[in-house]
Ligand binder design. Structure first.
Ligand SMILES: [Fe+2]
Length: 305
């Protein structure tokens, strides 16, 4: 196992992993140890990993199939669709739509029936200060509710809506219209069971339109409480990036927010691989779109790009 060291970074979640060179082939035992640490700490930080895009992809593949970023094909790496460029730098001479990605609390791809399993984000360039990412532990958010509240929300479904992505109205209107057309509202259980740990978590966030079966007022009150609870400071790990950090999070039991707490005139460049998740949600208007077929969707989007 070499010198693999896992050091917790926060009480609720987050751990730093050192003593491993991610450029090297990953031995099965090492892969198992990293996966166990991931399931325990939810967010792993691997500092000082100066990886090429190919090396990042190779490491990520040890943990699942990679998403081809069909929803943002214009912002993938020119040679590797598995890598999404999250940046405020110009792409093709134009400001990137990813410059303000993730500005409200969310689960990646929860606006589809198939949210991501997880993601691996690498920092290549960063502003002098800020550009932090916060993660919250949704197991703790669920476990600290009273049994009566847990029972109340047990069978509830929340309506996730892509149009609630913060800042979406500042993107290219044509592409946003297409994004909405391809992603009609989708319902996800508020209480999720993690497929590997069996633990329950509270899947909420700021891109939720309402709760099925509740009135607007009831939904707003309940979601207001659940979101405030899930975003309690004691459930959060805030990552301050260093160049060559690789951060790997479990999207099935955490949510996150990318903070705009930095000078936008300074370049920030992050490279993301996303792990494909299971289909856990359902379309409220079946037949309106096929969002489970990523390749077909990517072709549609490429055609309009
Ligand atoms: Fe995200």
């Amino acid at each position: 196992m070499g010198n693999l060291t896992v050091k917790p970074l926060g009480y609720a979640l987050g751990a730093e992993v050192t003593g491993v060179d991610l450029r090297q082939p990953l031995e099965p035992m090492l892969r198992t140890a990293i996966n166990e640490a991931w399931l325990r700490h939810l967010v792993l930080v691997f500092p000082g990993q100066d990886l090429s895009t190919t090396e990042q992809i190779a490491f990520a593949r040890h943990f699942g199939e990679l998403d081809k970023h069909a929803f943002q094909p214009r912002y993938t790496h020119p040679d590797h669709r598995e890598i999404l460029l999250v940046t405020n730098k110009l792409i093709g001479g134009k400001p990137s739509d990813t410059r303000n990605t993730g500005r409200n609390w969310h689960t990646d791809l929860a606006f589809t029936p198939r949210p991501a399993k997880g993601a691996l984000l690498r920092c290549k360039e960063k502003p002098l200060v800020g550009g932090d990412t916060m993660f919250t532990n949704l197991y703790l958010a669920y476990e600290t509710l009273t049994p009566r509240m847990q029972a109340f929300i047990e069978d509830m479904e929340a309506i996730h809506d892509v149009s609630l992505v913060k800042g979406i109205e500042q993107r290219d209107p044509e592409k946003v219209a297409e994004l909405k057309r391809l992603n009609p509202p989708v319902a996800h259980r508020v209480v999720q069971v993690h497929p590997e740990t069996g633990r329950k978590s509270l899947m909420v966030g700021q891109r939720i339109r309402g709760i099925l079966g509740l009135s607007d007022g009831e939904s707003a009150a309940l979601l207001g409480f659940l979101n405030e609870h899930a975003q309690s400071p004691e459930f959060i790990y805030r990552h301050r990036w260093s160049v060559h950090d690789l951060v790997m999070w479990d999207n099935r039991c955490t949510q996150h927010i990318a903070l705009p707490d930095f000078d936008q005139t300074q370049p920030r460049l992050m490279l993301r691989c996303s792990l494909e998740g299971e289909v856990i949600g359902r379309l409220l208007e079946p037949g309106k779109a096929r969002v489970d077929d990523r390749e077909a969707l990517m072709q549609q989007l490429a055609a309009i790009a």
